[in-house]
Structures are given as structure tokens and as C-alpha cells.
Ligand binder design. Structure first.
Ligand SMILES: [Zn+2]
Length: 332
């Protein structure tokens, strides 16, 4: 039996549907350079868009690691549209962010996990969180959830797709968790490995990885040396001011100071082997059903939260903060 993915309507600026994202990337780019970087486990194309600016810090915005986090893909596509046209997909100018784009050399990967994206709706806006759990985990053949527990000290790294009705957005189509593994030297998820190979020798100073836990917060990565911690704390300080000015909530920096975990995130692989700062930011999804999610933001506010996080990330990058620490930790 197959599941029909529910068609939940989203505004045009919420560009998260994989087919529509591909259509934009293949037909509407006039400024950015499109790089095919391989294929997903199920054979869908992976793309990075490059906006070169010689002499500037090289940074990457990564989105769509988790298929059930469609706002991250939409945010990346709004950033691409801003770089292409000077406005986001809703026609808003974001003057501060746009001027920062002229001070950095950026790569944008809008959808790291197409296999996970296509099994999930285009949005979870105004849905209950139980709905998302189904699409995040996927279903076993008996109709129960695939037992992925992101809060567990030993989460599920792999589930045999032959035993699944569908693999949820936490996984790729081959059954590998997109962002949890025992090794920090390679990724079993071909998508993460492909973008890592693309990044490894390009001299990037930092990567911002967009996620959607339902609240706005950034994470202090346990894989990063203490020399990096003040940089994230500076991001937090500036982001708090920016979010406050917009009347939006931003939670404290999660996991500060970091504690060791028994498993590794993509941050450890990229940090250790590409010698860069890798930071994760979690955004909202517009869920209903808990006080902490109320009042529900508008869809544009969700995108703007991500673009605000990107703005502070680019600002610190343009100031050379990441490369200074990279040199301090890794040498030349
Ligand atoms: Zn995520």
C-alpha cells in the first residue's frame, strides 16, 4: 500500500515543493551558477547555487536536510530569489540582507534530502505536531511509526526501506538517517556525502544548516572546539536584538556549553574534514496545539525568521569571524 501525500495549500512564496524548486533552479536562475552535485538515494538531482564574489568569505546556506521541514527549503529559495532579483518571493526587499549578500561569496543548497521532501506535504502550517511526527518518521509495514527518536541517546541510524510503507523525512530513500551517525569521518547518507565532497576543498569558512524544530533557536555544536563558542554567543546576541526588534521570540542558544554525545551530526563531519564552522538553526513550522507555539506566526514571518538568522550568520562571516577561528584551530 502507498500513502497519498496530503496536498496542503501554501502561498506561492512558500517554495518548498521539490518539483517546483527544480523548475526554478533549472529555468529561472540568471545570476547564480547551478552546480549538480550528485543524486539522492532514489535518484533525484542535488543542486548547489553559487554566487561568487572574489576576495570575500565563502559561506554556505544548507536547507532541506529533513524532508518534514519544508520552511527551510522555502527560506533558501527566498534567499536565492533575493540574490537573483533584489526581492524575496513575496516581493519584500530585505535591504540589510541584500547589502550583506554583496560582501560574501555564498553557496546555497536548497534541498539536501529530496527523497525525504517528496514524501512530505509542502507545508505543516496550522497542523498538529502529531501529523508531522508521522511524516518525520515514516511508517512500518504494519502501519506503526518507524521508531526514530531524536531525543534518544542512541537514535535510529538506519531502517530497512523494504520494511517500510515509506521512509520519513528524517531519512533518505535508502533508509539512512540524514543527520545522525556513529562516525564523523563519512556519511552513510549519499546526499550528505555528496555535498561534503563538493565543499571539502573550496575553502568555505562556515555553513549554516537550517532546520525546523518548531521554535526559533540556534545550537552550539558539541563537535566544535571551545574557540568557536564565543562566535555562536555573538551570533545569539545579535540575533536576539534583531528578533526583538521584529517582535519575534528567539530561544536561548541550545546546548551552551556543549556536552559530548554518543553519536555525530553532519556538523562533525563538515567541521573536522572541511575545517570550517558549521552551525545549525531551528525555525518555526506554524504548528498548533501548544501554548509555546502561540500565537501562530504568518507563513512570511516564518521565512523572515530564517532570513534573519541568515543575515546575522552572513554578517559575522563578512567580518571574518569564522575564518579567524578556523585558522586558530586548524592552522593554515
Ligand atoms: Zn531538522
Amino acid at each position: 500500500m502507498r500513502i497519498k501525500v496530503p496536498d496542503i495549500a501554501a502561498p506561492d512564496f512558500w517554495l518548498s515543493n521539490f518539483g517546483k524548486v527544480q523548475d526554478y533552479l533549472l529555468h529561472r536562475l540568471t545570476v547564480g551558477r547551478l552546480h549538480p552535485v550528485g543524486c539522492s538515494a532514489l535518484g533525484y538531482p542535488l543542486h548547489v547555487v553559487e554566487y561568487p564574489r572574489e576576495g570575500c568569505e565563502k559561506l554556505m546556506i544548507l536547507a532541506g536536510t529533513h524532508g518534514h521541514e519544508p520552511g527551510t527549503v522555502a527560506a533558501a529559495m527566498n534567499l536565492i530569489h533575493l540574490a537573483e532579483s533584489g526581492e524575496d518571493l513575496a516581493g519584500q526587499p530585505h535591504d540589510d540582507l541584500r547589502s550583506l549578500l554583496e560582501r560574501v561569496y555564498i553557496f546555497v543548497m536548497p534541498c539536501l534530502n529530496p527523497d525525504g521532501r517528496i514524501v512530505c506535504p509542502d507545508t505543516f502550517y496550522a497542523q498538529g505536531a502529531d501529523t508531522v511526527t508521522v511524516y518525520a518518521s515514516g511508517l512500518q509495514k504494519d502501519g506503526s511509526l518507524i521508531p526514530y527518536d531524536s531525543d534518544s541517546p542512541e537514535p535510529l541510524y538506519y531502517f530497512d526501506p523494504q520494511e517500510a510503507v515509506f521512509m520519513g523525512g528524517q531519512f533518505n530513500g535508502a533508509g539512512y538517517a540524514m543527520n545522525r551517525r556513529r562516525s564523523c569521518d563519512a556519511s552513510d547518507a549519499v546526499e550528505a556525502q555528496a555535498v561534503f565532497e563538493f565543499v571539502r576543498d573550496r575553502g568555505l569558512a562556515g555553513i549554516l544548516d537550517l532546520h525546523a524544530c518548531a521554535n526559533n533557536f540556534a545550537i552550539q555544536a558539541g563537535s566544535h572546539e571551545p574557540a568557536y563558542w564565543p562566535v555562536l554567543r555573538e551570533w545569539q546576541k545579535r540575533a536576539e536584538e534583531l528578533f526583538a526588534a521584529k517582535g519575534r521570540s528567539l530561544k536561548p542558544l541550545y546546548g551552551d556549553p556543549p556536552q559530548p554525545t554518543r553519536f555525530h551530526f553532519n556538523s562533525a563531519l563538515f567541521h573536522k574534514h572541511a575545517r570550517l564552522l558549521f552551525m545549525a538553526y531551528e525555525g518555526r513550522q506554524g504548528y498548533l496545539g501548544r501554548k509555546e507555539w502561540w500565537p501562530v506566526p504568518t507563513e512570511w514571518e516564518i521565512i523572515d525568521d530564517y532570513l534573519s538568522a541568515v543575515r546575522v550568520f552572513l554578517e559575522l562571516g563578512a567580518e571574518g569571524r569564522y575564518s579567524r577561528v578556523n585558522r586558530e584551530v586548524f592552522g593554515q
